[in-house]
Design a protein around this ligand. Structure first.
Ligand SMILES: Nc1ncnc2c1ncn2[C@@H]1O[C@H](COP(=O)(O)OP(=O)(O)OP(=O)(O)O)[C@@H](O)[C@H]1O
Ligand SMILES: [Mg+2]
Length: 249
């Protein structure tokens, strides 16, 4: 078998596994919502009880509800990651996308004493992206930065033109990552956080790569982390709303 044929076989196998895993995740969601609903009903029965037995039961119900929520988040994250869908590619001002994400994040940043600094290029080239996916990709990075700075810090975002397209740097002054974390940060299900699904960066990378871009990271423990997203810029811009089918991984 030629190397190309072997490669294609692996891609086919991967696609089939991803399809089955996506189906399994869907199947798990239905019984999970039945469990959640019944836990909610049980909680209503026990919530106002004063007897020690009722209070003990309520604590256990709370625990099961928390774990159900965790499973639900995990499944939602996985389905987002595994989703094979058509991207709605549109000519877009990346700065506007960044501003939207920062506006969403600002109240939380203030609460956590995180200073946001942005340097958005005033002559940034237009990119072709699926805005909704990209919003999610940026949000994952910003949320990670926030979680890395529990005692406050600075989040710097800048955009600029490069020789091949445009780039976006997102730099935080958070806890940073050791070599092990840097090596595995983009792996699906790799997480150092309690309750983390480890799908945030894997999903972000998948989205960036589906747009023909790249994402890189540099980090130092105790100093912070620096992500760079590079995106190609088309020579000619198609009309609004052009739809391209992009691969899932
Ligand atoms: N800005 C950052 N600073 C320090 N560590 C980071 C940063 N971003 C990511 N990491 C590390 O990379 C790991 C993977 O990140 P990822 O976003 O994929 O998952 P998560 O944040 O743990 O969970 P999820 O995003 O699914 O809730 C994190 O657990 C953390 O160890
Ligand atoms: Mg994350």
């Amino acid at each position: 078998m030629s190397p190309d044929a072997i490669n294609q076989k692996l891609v086919d196998q991967y696609t089939e596994i991803a399809r089955l895993a996506g189906g399994l995740a869907h199947e798990i969601k239905n019984p999970l919502s039945t469990i959640r609903l019944n836990m909610e009903l049980l909680a209503e029965d026990f919530r106002d009880g004063d007897a020690p037995r009722e209070r003990r039961a309520m604590r256990k119900i709370d625990l099961v509800q928390q774990e159900c929520q965790r499973l639900q988040d995990l499944l939602d994250g996985f389905l987002d990651f595994a989703k094979l869908r058509q991207l709605k590619i549109e000519p877009t001002d990346l700065n506007a996308q960044v501003r939207q994400v920062l506006d969403f994040f600002r109240p939380k940043a203030e609460e956590d004493r995180i200073e946001i600094v942005d340097y958005l290029s005033s002559d940034l080239a237009t990119v072709l992206i699926d805005r909704k996916s990209f919003h999610g990709a940026l949000l994952n990075l910003v949320l990670n930065a926030q979680q890395a700075m529990p005692d406050g810090g600075q989040l710097l975002i800048r955009t600029y033109n490069t020789a091949h397209g445009v780039a976006l740097d997102l730099i935080d002054t958070g806890c940073g990552m050791d070599v092990e974390a840097q090596t595995h940060a983009f792996d699906a299900f790799y997480s150092t956080k309690r309750g983390g699904s480890g799908l945030g960066l894997a999903t972000t990378r998948k989205i960036v790569e589906a747009h023909g871009g790249q994402i890189a990271l540099q980090s130092e423990v105790g100093r912070g982390t620096w992500f760079t997203i590079s995106l190609p810029v088309p020579r000619r811009l198609p009309g609004d709303g052009v739809r391209l089918a992009l691969p899932a991984s």
